[in-house]
Design a protein around this ligand. Sequence first.
Ligand code: ADP
Ligand code: NA
Length: 330
Amino acid sequence: MSKPVIFSGMQPSSDSLHLGNYVGALTNWVKMQDDFDAIFCVVNQHAITVATDPADLRERTLATAAQYIAAGIDPERSTLYVQSHVPAHAQLGWILGTITGFGEASRMTQFKDKSQRFGTEGTTVGLFTYPVLMAADILLYQADSVPVGEDQRQHIELTRDLALRFNSRFGETFTVPEGFIPKASAKVYDLQEPTAKMSKSAASDAGLLRILDPANVTKKKIMRAVTDADGEIRYDPENKAGVSNLLTIYSVLTERSIEDVANEFAGRGYGDLKKGLAEAVEGTFGPIRERTNELLSDRGELENLLRKGAERANERAEKTLELVHEKIGF
Ligand code: ADP
Ligand code: NA
C-alpha cells in the first residue's frame, strides 16, 4: 500500500526560522518522513502577500530550504521544493477562488488580525486570498493530511470545505484532507509577552528565538525573559505564563514531560531555569545553524536540489491540474 500523503510549507519571510516554527512544524515534519509520502514546500508566493525586497526574498527562500534540510528533512525521501517553481499552485488557486465565498474568506481570523494591523491601504488582495492559495497547495497533491500548528486550523477547515464543494459540483476530484496537530506539537509564546504566540511578526524582537542567531544573542533574550514576582517554578499557564512558557520550551527540546522538568527545577531560582534553557536551545539550534551555513556556502548545489524537487512536485501537481481543467470545462 502506498503511504498517505502529507503536505506542509512555511513562508520564507525572514532569514531565520524561529523556535515556534521549529517546535510547531519542523520537528514534526522530520519525524513523519518515514511513515508518509511527504511534500515540503517553501511558500514564497505566500510570502509576497506582504511587500518584500526581491534580493531578501531570494536569500530567505534558500535559507529556509537550507534550514529544512539542516533540521533533518531529507530531499531524497521527501519532496522538497519552492512553491513558485510549480506554476500549478497559482493556477489552481485562481480556480478555487471562484468557488470561495467572499464572506467565507472574510471570516478568516488570521486575515482579520493582519488586515487590522496593516490598515485598509496596507492590506493586499493577496493577503485576503492567501487561504485559497493555501488550499490549492494542499489539494494539488491530493494530500491526506496536513500537519499544522493550532493557528492554522481554520485554514484547513476552509481547504476541506473547498474540496468538498468542488467535488460535489464537478464530481470526485480532490482528496479531502484532514488537518492534524501532531501530538508532540507545542505552542510557544513570546518571551517578552508570554500570552502572545512567538511570531516573526511580533512588535519587538526581544521575545523571539531565531535558529540562526548567534548563541550569545539567544542566551541574552532567554535571560531577560519575562517571568513574575512570586519566584516559584511551577507550571501554571493561567497565572504564570512566562515561567510556564520557559518550562514548555525546555520540555519540548529535551523531549521530557513538563511535569518532569518542573520537578527538576522546583525550589530553584528562575536564573537556573533560564541558564538550563539557554543550553538546551543552543544544543538544538547550534548544529542546525552550522549545517545551514554549510548548505548556504554552496548555493549552486542547493539550487540544484530544489530544482530536482520541483520536477517531482510538478509532475504530481500537473496531473491534478489536468483533471481539474477537464472537470470545469477548460
Ligand atoms: P509566524 O507566526 O512567525 O508568522 P508562520 O505563520 O509562518 O509563523 O508559521 C509557520 C509554521 O510554524 C506553522 O506551522 C505554525 O503553526 C508554526 N508556528 C509558528 N509560530 C508558532 C508558535 N509560536 N508555536 C508553535 N508553532 C508555531
Ligand atoms: Na504568520
